[in-house]
Design a protein around this ligand. Structure first.
Ligand SMILES: [Zn+2]
Length: 384
């Protein structure tokens, strides 16, 4: 840890509190929090930021990992950081087309973007006194939590659908987690986690049910500015729970307040499979929230999230960015992921969906020549 984070200032400069994204109720960061106790909305960390253009250079001079953005993360002191060297993933020009880049999140520990969120959330949970960590998962989040729990020296309980690929179950168990398989989908696994916590104690790290996974994920937005020297014109993001999409949108707002960017924003596109597309359906019907998807079916396990607690935040970000939401045919996903693999990229099926979406948006003229477009490879090809 010292080696990775030796060059951080001892304390963060910006005060931070938690704010309910639905009713604006305010909470202190001194305790463990899940959802707003008043209205059940997700809590987000709000920093009292000031213009600080020079901080950008300080950040860029540090070791290349997620914690170089220390001042903009909720962890109070460098000593409290639980890290496996996450973040600072490569942005690779793709052979798909001119101006197309792949943000390759498979280069994170446990080969997925989930490491960013878990690094931050586990650091906070441990420093706030959690003794046991628990979360449901559609796949990669469970593996990441298992690894970061092991790193923190805390026991981990993970519940996942019974048909989750065996490779993910094995990975969680290799990191010492207690894994339980549940009939149904991730929302059913979430109920099992709540029961386990009621019986055995522990802290719930479900997507957006605690405020800090989104803080880790937002660093993807900060990195895009560092990678390109400007923000891209569009972002195509494979979307299950949508924490990264919400996090990046938050990061752009923070960067503007820091004086690092102006009011420009990338157009944000949520990509889902036609077998489970609650956000796309809600976007197309101009809804503010996304009703549960009946009988979700997709081989892109990370996209099999029939009901997302961050639905309102996602839909707002998609609309405010003048982006959109697009569902791709299930049968096209694997072939497109294989295209990325032929470029040497360890691409999971979720990223295949992003490639298909890119083509569809090009055909429709929504994405145009000369634009810089970032597709997220949210995780490696781990499901076999
Ligand atoms: Zn609230």
């Amino acid at each position: 840890m010292r080696l990775l984070c030796h060059d951080l200032s001892p304390m963060r400069p910006f005060p931070v509190h938690l704010e309910c994204s639905a009713c604006s109720a305010r909470y202190e960061t001194s305790g463990l929090h899940n959802l707003c106790t008043g209205c059940g909305g997700p809590l987000l960390a709000q920093y009292e930021l000031q213009r600080r253009p020079a901080l950008r250079e300080t950040v860029r001079s540090r070791a290349a990992n997620l914690w170089r953005y220390f001042e903009l993360l909720p962890v109070d002191s460098a000593d409290a950081i639980v890290t496996l060297g996450e973040g600072a993933t490569p942005l690779l020009p793709s052979r798909l087309g001119e101006g197309v880049f792949i943000k390759d999140e498979s280069k994170n520990p446990t080969r997925s973007f989930k490491s960013r969120g878990m690094a931050c959330a586990v650091s906070m949970a441990k420093s706030l006194g959690a003794k046991r960590l628990a979360a449901p998962t559609a796949g990669n989040a469970g593996a990441a939590l298992s690894a970061y729990g092991a790193r923190a020296g805390l026991p981990v309980f993970v519940a996942m659908p019974v048909d989750t690929p065996q490779s993910i179950v094995d990975e969680c168990r290799r990191f010492g987690a207690e894994v339980e398989l549940v009939q149904g989908v991730i929302t059913d696994a979430a109920k099992r986690v709540q029961r386990s916590i009621a019986e055995n104690g522990g802290f719930d790290l479900s997507t957006l049910k605690e405020p800090y996974r989104v803080e880790g994920k937002k660093t993807m937005g900060y990195e895009l500015l560092d990678d390109l020297g400007r923000l891209p014109d569009a972002i195509l993001y494979p979307t299950g729970g949508g924490t990264g999409l919400i996090g990046m949108w938050k990061a752009f707002d923070e960067m503007e307040r820091l004086g690092w960017i102006g009011s420009e924003r990338p157009r944000m596109f949520a990509v889902q499979s036609e077998g489970c597309a609650p956000i796309v359906r809600a976007f197309d019907h101009s809804l503010d929230s996304a009703p549960e998807w009946e009988r979700p079916q997709t081989s892109a396990w990370g996209l099999r999230v029939p009901r997302a607690i961050g639905d309102r935040l996602m839909l707002r970000a998609l609309r405010d960015s003048k982006g959109g939401a697009i569902a791709v045919p299930e049968a096209s996903i694997e072939h497109a992921a294989a295209e990325l693999r032929r470029e040497g990229i360890d691409a999971g099926p979720e990223s295949g969906a992003a490639v298909v979406a890119w083509r569809l948006l090009r055909q429709k003229g929504v994405l145009r020549d000369g634009e810089q477009v970032v597709l997220f490879n949210t995780g490696g090809d781990k499901y076999r």
